[in-house]
Design a protein around this ligand. Structure first.
Ligand code: MRU
Length: 365
């Protein structure tokens, strides 16, 4: 574990970084925030897998970049000059990392993109393939920053100065490499004097809203108010919320969106109070091969996250049945727009998302 300067603002840390010299993936351990700021260096496949599973690195785009650096480092350690042996080992390691979490498509998206690099350069010496993998992973991190900024610019066109914005979970800088997705319009608005009032849901059971979103927004000087998940109807009924911006872990071809558990509750309440819900989605999170939300695998997590975590002693009877899905699906008819780096997709999403991908063929980020 690396010690860090506790006086540095949280926004100055990199969520995910490559320490090539020491063959390490360096992440900001998000399970320790906001109490302590710790950078940890991960070397083995098991350490990287655990960090993803335990949410030390989390948020769909950050998971993708961590996986890209991770598979590069694991590939770097494969000792052979034979491409077939290298590729077989690469695929084993890739499948292993891919099994860490099922819902965020960025994990498999990033790993598949890295695999494509191997396949496309199979006629090169293995040492050169490793260099290409390194370059691709670094490019993915830089791309993530540009993509988030573009989402922020499009998102900003949907709101006006002084607006109230509600967000759920953490789709912030900590979930990406910079800006965040749902927070990107907020940060860009902040730079331009929009003076948004942000409501951050605490996001049970792992408290990404309380521990991470309210932390990073507060540290950036944004007017943020933390609320419990069951208070969103109250703030909307009071007329304090003009728009909901949330991130996503997988968007299906029809616009159904998996995001942190509780998002669909927020969207249902928002419909009741005529508040538009915008999903901030890099195209890396849109999965056109998944037809509808019913086809998305929802990660189930252990009971202790609900019963024990964060409490000094268990807050539920021993042995009680617990249901702990990490994500839910928001139906596309509750979504006012899907904000991507190529523009804002509107219903019908089966058509508009195809148009977004058509643009992606013409312009790359
Ligand atoms: O379980 P988590 O903390 O990884 O869940 C994260 C979310 O649901 C985010 O909203 C999503 O990944 C988008 S992050 C830009």
């Amino acid at each position: 574990m690396d010690s860090t300067d506790q006086k540095k603002n949280i926004m100055e840390y990199e969520t995910v970084a490559l320490d090539d010299e020491n063959s390490a993936l360096v992440i900001l351990d998000q399970t320790k925030l906001p109490g302590s700021t710790e950078l940890i260096s991960l070397h083995t496949g098991e350490e990287i897998w655990d960090a993803i599973y335990l949410l030390k690195v989390r948020g769909a785009p950050a998971i993708g970049v961590a996986a890209a650096f991770g598979i590069y480092l694991l590939a770097k350690g494969i000792e052979t000059r034979d491409y077939d042996v290298f590729y077989r080992e690469f695929c084993k390691k890739k499948d292993y990392l891919n099994s860490a979490r099922p819902t965020a498509v960025n994990l498999s998206w990033a790993l598949n993109r890295m695999e494509q690099v191997c396949v496309a350069s199979q006629n090169l010496p293995v040492a050169e393939i490793k260099q290409k993998l390194r370059a691709e992973a670094i490019a993915m991190k830089e791309e993530d920053i540009r993509v988030c900024k573009a989402i922020g610019e499009y998102g900003l066109t949907l709101v006006k100065p002084g607006d109230g914005i509600l967000t759920h979970c953490n789709a912030g800088q900590l979930a990406t490499c910079r800006y965040g997705t749902a927070t990107a319009p907020i940060y860009l608005g902040q730079e331009r004097g929009y003076n948004f009032r942000v409501f951050a849901d605490e996001t049970r059971p792992l408290l990404q809203g309380a521990r991470l979103t309210s932390y990073e927004l507060h540290a950036s000087g944004v007017d943020v108010t933390l609320i419990c998940d069951n208070m969103s109807a109250t703030v909307m009924r009071n007329g304090w919320v003009n728009a909901v911006f949330v991130g996503c872990d997988r968007v299906a071809a029809n616009g159904d969106t998996a995001n942190k558990i509780g998002t669909s509750v927020v969207a249902t309440v928002a419909k009741r109070y005529n508040v538009p819900v915008y999903i901030c989605a890099p195209t890396s999170t849109i999965d056109m091969s998944t037809a509808t939300g019913a086809d998305i695998t929802i990660e189930q997590r252990p009971a202790h996250e609900v019963t024990d975590m964060w409490y000094e002693k268990p807050m539920a009877p021993a042995g009680v049945k617990v249901f702990n899905p990490a994500f839910d699906v928001t139906d596309h008819d509750l979504i006012a727009g899907i904000v991507t780096e190529y523009g804002i997709a509107r219903a019908p999403y089966t058509e508009s998302l195809k148009e977004i991908f058509a643009q992606k063929k013409v312009k790359t980020f």
